[in-house]
Design a protein. Structure first.
Length: 131
């Protein structure tokens, strides 16, 4: 699929993984730093929590690493920026700079991708609901 105005290719992720083991329901807190996975040329990710209603993943992008533009027809996301600096690209090529303390929402069928633009890794938590 291509974004109408920007002409950029957008990957459609129709369904998330359904075979992920659920987290221990008695565990109530996690240490974010335990889930930071820095990879040199790709996104590092670590599932922090998987439950019936939602799941969270800690995503880490080394400087210069980008997540390709994509969308989810059946998933909503909330992003919590933990550290680093990034540039988020959305539908129609709209961009927004993000830094620690920024909260973003990407509802179903919205286009989104992110790139680390700083000198330090960009770490964020993605909370997802839906498929």
């Amino acid at each position: 699929m291509q974004s109408e105005k920007s002409g950029t290719e957008v990957k459609v992720i129709a369904q998330r993984y359904v075979d992920r083991p659920h987290s221990d329901p008695d565990t109530r807190s996690w240490v974010i730093a335990d889930h930071v996975r820095v990879e040199k040329e790709k996104i590092g990710s670590s599932r922090m929590f998987v439950g019936d209603a939602f799941r969270t993943v800690v995503l880490t992008l080394a400087p210069g690493v980008a997540q390709k533009l994509h969308m989810h027809p059946a998933t909503d996301h909330a992003w919590f920026i933990v550290s680093g600096t990034g540039e988020v690209t959305m539908e129609d090529g709209k961009t927004e700079m993000v830094k620690p303390g920024i909260f973003m929402v990407h509802q179903r069928n919205s286009v989104h991708g992110i790139r680390c633009v700083g000198d330090e890794p960009l770490v964020y938590i993605a909370l997802s609901t839906g498929d």
